[in-house]
Design a protein around this ligand. Structure first.
Ligand code: ADP
Ligand code: MG
Length: 495
């Protein structure tokens, strides 16, 4: 049945079509930007070398520490790797006092963090701790220390596996004297001040952690190629051939690293793919969202794909229809006494959370009951007509599907450019984030799109295994600390 509301919804939905030919253009451009990012600095795709030169296969063993500083909480955990794809994790979460996030000095903040590590060790690993402490005081040897992976979710310039300078604070942190300093050294100094038997072995990006965690927990000894996050933001890390990372030859700012595996994990920072919009779709809603954001012109891929933005794209499309006199979405009529209060989220920037899209997309009921409930719960919209709900479903479907098809662009490009599908019988990908975990058929759309790429096709797509990878900043960070410690031990042997 046709109506002005449904016709308009279909017309807008069509603008979110992202057909196979466009995907192919996207993949070609992604591969071009990938290579550019490997060759030089200051490019659209940062392609950051991580100094992680191998991924685990699940047989790794040992007890490691991991800490995660990235927002309101500081997380400390110990991870016991059992060597059979499984691990156990003990953790504590501490809220960071506001006065330490801003106004104080870096010394204040990092001493606070070190004290939390000390408290954690005393509670959960006291025997270990005392023994280590004793040996430490008698003149410590490296292997008697706990190796720690430090997940630090702020912009850093990574210079070595445990070395990286802070570019700037975000998320409410503001401690000016830390900017430009090596955050691993800041943490290590504070740890040493307290005489803790802990070595900051690795600086960890959460996406790299996702890749490592999946590679360890995946069901066989097959190493994982790619880790990807589709949550608040989106980003990915993958295993690249060292000889393709040309920019590492031309800069002497980087630490030395182990070249024996011939590979290194690259943190793509793909949220900024195609910031100049040469291939990305660009509806009026995308343009308005960007113009009204606090960082116009950047993270353009992320603004079309990730959880932080999909709700806002939808809100702008719905509001457009609601305000369109000839359409009357959510407008009372002879058959509907729908009510949209002034304080509805539909009128407020960021007023729709992306979880709303998952609920609507999931709703296959004839009466669209869940959609009605969600409109009431999320937007305070009461008694919408069935046609209104149908229009919402049409827009949600279009926006969610475009996000998933766009997500296939970096995945497809990396599968193609690394040549992995040609060489291996199976290629493993680890994913994390609420969007891929909860949005209905998100992975399915990604797979459908991969199949449409001529270089992959149905045959290639069958070889791709995608698995959820949880806890990159816990077990992932521990695994990076393990690889770092191993490299370090190898280096010492050579000396
Ligand atoms: P983070 O990326 O911060 O680690 P998540 O992976 O949980 O955390 O992602 C949070 C983002 O996912 C938010 O933008 C939120 O709006 C969105 N989100 C939360 N729940 C869902 C859901 N059920 N379906 C789709 N998106 C969701
Ligand atoms: Mg997450």
């Amino acid at each position: 049945m046709s109506s002005p509301v449904l016709d308009e919804a279909a017309r807008i939905a069509q603008q979110f079509d992202y057909p196979a030919a466009e995907v192919q253009r996207g993949v070609a451009e992604y591969i071009r930007e990938m290579e550019e990012g490997l060759a030089k600095e200051g490019t659209t795709l940062s392609q950051i070398p991580t100094f992680v030169t191998e991924v685990p296969n699940g047989t790794e063993k040992g007890l490691y520490l991991a800490v995660d500083l990235g927002g309101t909480n500081f997380r400390v955990c110990s991870i016991d790797l059992h060597g059979d794809n499984t691990f156990s994790l003990t953790q504590s979460k501490i809220m960071i006092p506001r006065e330490l996030m801003a106004a104080g000095t870096s010394k204040d903040l990092f001493l606070f963090l070190a004290r939390q590590i000390e408290a954690f060790l005393r509670i959960h690993h006291n025997d270990h701790f005392e023994a280590h402490l004793l040996r430490c005081r008698e003149g410590s040897k490296r292997e008697e220390l706990f190796d720690l992976g430090f997940t630090f979710s702020f912009p850093v310039r990574q210079l070595g596996i445990n070395k990286g300078t802070l570019i700037r604070w975000t998320k409410g942190f503001d401690i000016p004297d830390a900017v430009g300093q090596d955050v691993c050294a800041l943490l290590q100094d504070a740890i040493n001040d307290l005489d803790l038997p802990v070595r900051v072995a690795a600086l960890v990006n959460d996406t790299v952690g996702t890749l490592m965690a999946r590679s360890y927990t995946s069901p066989d000894e097959h190493g994982t190629l790619l880790g990807a996050i589709f949550g608040t933001g989106t980003n990915g890390a993958y295993v690249e051939k060292l000889d393709k990372i040309k920019k590492m030859d031309s800069f002497d700012t980087y630490d030395d690293y182990d070249k024996s595996t011939g590979e290194m994990v690259i943190n793509a920072e793909w949220g900024s793919f195609d910031n100049h919009l040469s291939v990305l779709p660009n509806t009026k809603y995308d343009q308005e969202l960007d113009a009204d954001s606090n960082n116009p012109g950047v993270q353009m891929f992320e603004k079309r794909v990730s959880g932080m933005f999909l709700g806002e794209i939808l809100r702008r499309a719905l509001l457009d229809m609601h305000r369109n006199e000839s359409v009357n979405l959510f407008k009372p009529s002879e058959t509907s006494d729908v009510e949209v209060p002034e304080n509805s989220g539909i009128y407020k920037q960021w007023g729709i959370d992306t979880s709303f899209l998952s609920i609507v997309e999931k709703d296959k009921s004839a009466g669209r009951e869940q959609t009605k409930t969600a409109l009431s719960d999320h937007l305070r919209i009461q008694r919408p007509s069935d046609t209104d709900c149908q229009a919402v479903q049409i827009l949600v479907h279009a926006i969610g599907k475009r996000a998933a098809r766009l997500s296939a662009v970096p995945l497809g490009a990396i599968l193609i450019s690394t040549g992995k599908l040609k060489k291996d019988e199976l290629v493993d990908i680890g994913v994390d984030g609420s969007l891929v975990e909860f949005y209905p058929y998100f992975e399915g759309y990604i797979r459908d799109t991969l199949k449409e790429l001529p270089e992959i096709g149905a045959e290639g797509e069958k070889k791709v295994r995608i698995g959820i990878s949880k806890d990159g900043s816990g077990v992932g960070a521990a695994l990076i600390a393990l690889v770092a410690a191993k490299e370090d031990a190898a280096k010492e042997k050579v000396l």
